[in-house]
Design a protein around this ligand. Structure first.
Ligand code: GLU
Length: 453
């Protein structure tokens, strides 16, 4: 049932053994002269355009370049489910392991109707770079199931999750590949993954998945970790450009786990949240939106929906271009593009989502002097606490919330400082600096390990 595409193991070109000693001084011929950036709204293209620029600056050898741009494994599975009326519906599921040089591969699983292999490949590569940027010993992976959870019952979502997990038994494992929540997946779904995997291996294996309920070995602070990391990155960046958080105005796109918690924690720091949005619409209030009230509204209504009190209804496009100091895109990919980047008024963008800005928008934002804290840095708090969760599972021990949050703050702030220093050193954006640091780390590890084959 599973279609497994393994990258040929001999990825070094010309059969040469790649190590640091034979790094060419000139740009290897595999690079085309960086093409003018085209905005194709394809996350994989956007990832590759940034990767190519960083690889060029690092003068990456052709073999290492080929190795790092290609996922080591892409798995496609079919997920047949018996629906409530007895009919059978077949869903498609993906898991892409982009790289496992630094350690077991790590990354979430998303359930959405538009999930596709290219998107999952881009997201898997971003996980490799993200783990390297925050210096945790994981490679990168991502999974997805093409389905619309809004039209499915909990029982159907459970069946999909269990069949997907059963089909991925050869892929997942606490020392191989460790899934986690992502768009439209949650602690309950992680619990079903844990249970299905554990039933097959005939022992309870908490370390096979992170973002679990606490009672099953989840970590305190994991649920809030991505938003907390966004808050740390935002504060660090505000300090660099002289924005006082207590006087800052913030717009947050997306009100799921990442957006709502980022908004809540930034409000706690004294910032005024002037705009929020979710799938049902965008809302604006210059006087500030009460985030606790918005969270309670979503808890009782499912969405913000029309009728959310104390705010004026605006379009999502207006939300992105609101007059504010900080914009936190925390929804999906390709929201800030070359079509709307010119109109962005924020001075700082902190990317809570993965890939919210296309490569085509990068130079526009740069020319406008907008500081962008890129996704692979800004939203790395989630995978950082996933790593803490995995460490706790392996040690059979629980850390207190204070310990988790303190270690998260240290990890996020030191990653920010490393990226900031690299951006000064190479005279590039924070995004390119993050890619440079990440690719350099994975490449150095690869040269030490060498190519088996
Ligand atoms: N889905 C999250 C991300 O994109 C978390 C991944 C994880 O914890 O493994 O970073």
């Amino acid at each position: 049932m599973a279609t497994v595409t393994d990258t040929p193991s001999k990825t070094s070109t010309n059969g040469q053994h790649t190590n640091g000693a034979d790094r060419p001084n000139s740009i290897p011929s595999v690079y085309k002269e960086p093409a003018p950036i085209v905005d194709r709204d394809n996350p994989l293209e956007s990832m590759m355009q940034r990767f190519d620029r960083a690889a060029e600056i690092l003068k990456l050898e052709p073999g290492i370049y080929q190795y790092l741009k290609t996922p080591v494994k892409s798995v496609i599975v079919s997920i047949p489910i018996q629906m409530d009326d007895g009919s059978v519906q077949v869903f498609e599921g993906y898991r892409v392991i982009h790289n496992d040089i630094l350690g077991p591969s790590k990354g979430g699983i998303r359930y959405a109707p538009d999930v596709n292999l290219d998107e999952v490949k881009a997201l898997a590569a971003w996980m490799t770079w993200k783990c390297a940027v925050v210096d945790i010993p994981f490679g990168g992976a991502k999974g997805g199931v093409c389905c619309d959870p809004r039209t499915l019952t909990m029982a159907q979502i459970e069946k999909i999750t269990r069949r997907y997990t059963a089909n991925m038994l050869d892929v997942f494992g606490p020392d191989r590949d460790i899934p986690a929540p992502d768009v439209n997946t949650n602690e309950q779904i992680m619990a079903w993954i844990l249970d299905t995997y554990s039933m097959h291996v005939k022992r309870t294996e908490p370390g096979v998945v992170t973002g679990k309920p606490i009672v099953l070995g989840g970590s305190l602070g994991r649920r809030e970790a991505t938003g907390r990391g966004v808050m740390h990155s935002a504060l660090r960046a505000m300090e660099k450009i002289g924005i006082n958080p207590k006087q800052a105005t913030v717009a947050v796109e997306g009100f799921g786990n990442v957006g709502s918690i980022s908004a809540e924690l930034l409000a706690e720091q004294g910032a005024k949240i002037v705009g929020i949005s979710d799938i049902s619409g965008a809302y604006h209030n210059d006087g500030g939106i009460d985030i606790q009230k918005a969270i309670a509204w979503v808890e009782s209504h499912g969405h913000l929906l029309e009728g959310f009190p104390d705010a004026e209804r605006i379009t999502n496009e207006q939300l992105l271009t609101l007059d504010c100091d900080v914009l936190v895109p925390a929804a999906r990919e390709d929201r800030i593009t070359k079509r709307n980047a010119h109109n962005i008024q924020a001075k700082l963008i902190v990317e809570g989502a993965n890939g919210p800005t296309t490569a085509g928008a990068d130079p526009i934002l740069e020319s406008k002097g907008i500081l962008v804290v890129p996704d692979i840095l800004a939203n790395a708090g989630g995978v950082t606490v996933s790593y803490f969760e995995w460490v706790q599972n392996r040690g059979g021990y629980h850390w207190t919330l204070d310990v988790v949050n303190e270690r998260l703050a240290t990890a996020m702030n030191s990653a920010f400082d490393r990226v900031y220093a690299a951006s000064l050193q190479y005279k590039v954006s924070l995004r390119l600096a993050s890619y440079i640091l990440a690719i350099d780390k994975v490449a150095k590890t690869l040269r030490l390990r060498g190519i088996y084959g």
